[in-house]
Design a protein around this ligand. Structure first.
Ligand SMILES: Nc1ncnc2c1ncn2[C@@H]1O[C@H](COP(=O)(O)OP(=O)(O)OP(=O)(O)O)[C@@H](O)[C@H]1O
Ligand SMILES: [Mg+2]
Length: 458
């Protein structure tokens, strides 16, 4: 409940105004002069100050100036007689929100109070959102210099200048959000808010009101007006995470706002225009979602104007070293600790690992290594090696079926099927199995002599 402070030396006006607003459900407190009002403001929560202009001890203008020193964001409304309208205009220049001329009707002041409070709340919400965005945004460099990442960076630069919709595709943890923020930062909207909604996290109903907002009373539980993300991101960028998860009914509404830049709050018939750049992400293949009838084709085309594809980390082992250093620097800075190096053997291990969780998983492993490494200056291969075996256990489908078979046979099966996967490419096979090229060569030679193996591929 909003608390309103009324300051007036005339008892009749002060008390009747207090009664009017209290009847409307506001929490009303009163002061008879400026110093008393200031004390109340300093003492705690006041959401709105309504003050008379002409008062003994301290004028309304002086009170306004002093109140703003204590609480710059406090909205102030001045009450004034006709003769002093000029002063009231001056007061608005000093930061008053509005003024009202005495005498006034109850409805008039109620409307003004409601409008002022709503506006002030919106301003605070926006400030809060902006600070959250600034926080999460920060300088988040996009690390990686492999060919695919260079292409990604080039694209970000190109799309930055326009407001076209961007669709970022890639496995989980590949950096889709980092790229989305980079798109925003590269655009002329960079000083405007960037908001994000995860389409997979909410039910259709909640997502609709999250995106478009709702009117007070639009449905049970909608006890106050709520602005949606499209409205709040006006002029900025909206990140729609996991867009494939958006329900069919909402897909149509999303298409409309993308095409016509307009929407209605849930429960409202007033159409609002917005200027929002949408960046969507998906880790699913949207084309097959379209083919399966789960995703609207027209929406897909509208989103897919500029696709940016992020490579999986296992496809770019050449970036591992730089990423590791990047994370180590970040950790050292955050913990105000000395920078730890990673021994070359450990880097080789990291380069060989298939990274099902991509960059996020790498970041976690580095975090863990920094904490658990007992060596003061270097992260050793033997420290991280045990953590990199997990997916091997996962990917050996039917490992339990192999139980009880001679290891030599298992080894043969694994090596040969790995060779098949890499089309006979021995270097890739040896690297992926973590054995030397010569060892592989010797084994193959022996199996060939035994007639177990025939050369495959090139
Ligand atoms: N190229 C990169 N440079 C620096 N950090 C990165 C890079 N890619 C990813 N990261 C880091 O890895 C983590 C995961 O990245 P992000 O959240 O962008 O992935 P995502 O693709 O959105 O994943 P999900 O599909 O699970 O939402 C983040 O902490 C991010 O900072
Ligand atoms: Mg993400």
């Amino acid at each position: 409940m909003a608390r309103i402070l009324i300051c007036d030396d005339q008892d009749i006006i002060r008390d009747s105004l207090a009664a009017t607003l209290a009847r409307d459900g506001y929490d009303v407190v009163a002061a008879t002069d400026g110093p008393m009002a200031l004390q109340r403001i300093a003492a705690g929560k006041v959401d709105l100050l309504i003050t008379d202009l002409k008062m003994p001890k301290m004028t309304g203008i002086e009170l306004l100036t002093e109140a703003k020193k204590i609480r710059p964001e406090l909205p102030v409304v001045l009450m004034t007689a006709f003769a002093t309208v000029q002063t009231a205009v001056e007061a608005m220049r000093l930061g008053a929100y509005d003024y009202i001329q005495k005498p006034f009707e109850a409805d008039e002041i109620k409307l003004l109070v409601a409008r002022t409070l709503e506006h002030s709340q919106l301003k605070q919400e926006n400030a809060a959102l902006r600070s959250v965005v600034a926080e999460t945004q920060g300088p988040r460099p996009l690390v990686g210099d492999c060919e695919q990442m260079r292409a990604v960076k080039k694209k970000i630069e190109l799309v930055g200048k326009s407001s076209v919709t961007v669709l970022i595709r890639g496995e989980s943890g590949t950096g889709k959000e980092v790229v989305a923020r980079a798109v925003h930062a590269a655009s002329e909207r960079r000083d405007r808010p960037m908001l994000a909604v995860n389409c997979a996290a909410l039910s259709e109903h909640l997502l609709e009101s999250e995106l478009f907002g709702h009117e007070k009373g639009a449905f049970t539980g909608a006890d106050k007006l709520r602005r949606g993300r499209f409205e709040l991101a006006d002029g900025g960028t909206l990140l729609l995470d996991e867009i494939s998860e958006i329900a069919p009914g909402l897909q149509a509404k999303l298409l409309r706002v993308l095409q016509e830049s307009c929407f209605e709050r849930v429960g409202s018939s007033t159409t609002q225009m917005v200027d929002v750049r949408v960046v969507a992400t998906t880790n699913r293949d949207l084309e097959s979602e379209v083919a399966a009838g789960r995703f609207r084709q027209d929406l897909f085309y509208r989103l897919n104007v500029i696709p940016i594809d992020l490579p999986a980390l296992r496809e770019r082992p050449e970036d591992i070293n730089e990423l590791v250093r990047h994370f180590l620097h970040k950790i050292a800075k955050r913990d105000q600790a000395a920078y730890k190096h990673v021994e070359p053997e450990a880097i080789r291990l990291l380069e060989r690992y298939p990274w099902p969780g991509n960059v996020r998983e790498l970041q976690n492993i580095i975090e863990r290594a920094v904490i658990l490494e007992t060596d003061p200056g270097v992260i050793r291969a033997e420290t991280i090696a045990p953590w990199l075996r997990m997916p091997m256990q996962n990917t050996i489908a039917g490992a339990s079926d192999l139980a009880g078979q001679p290891l030599a046979d298992i080894e043969k099966q694994v090596i040969i099927s790995t060779l098949e996967r890499f089309n006979g490419h021995r270097v890739k096979t040896a690297t992926s199995l973590g054995i030397g090229l010569r060892t592989l060569g010797m084994k193959l030679k022996k199996w060939k002599q035994d007639g177990i193996y025939e050369e495959i591929g090139a």
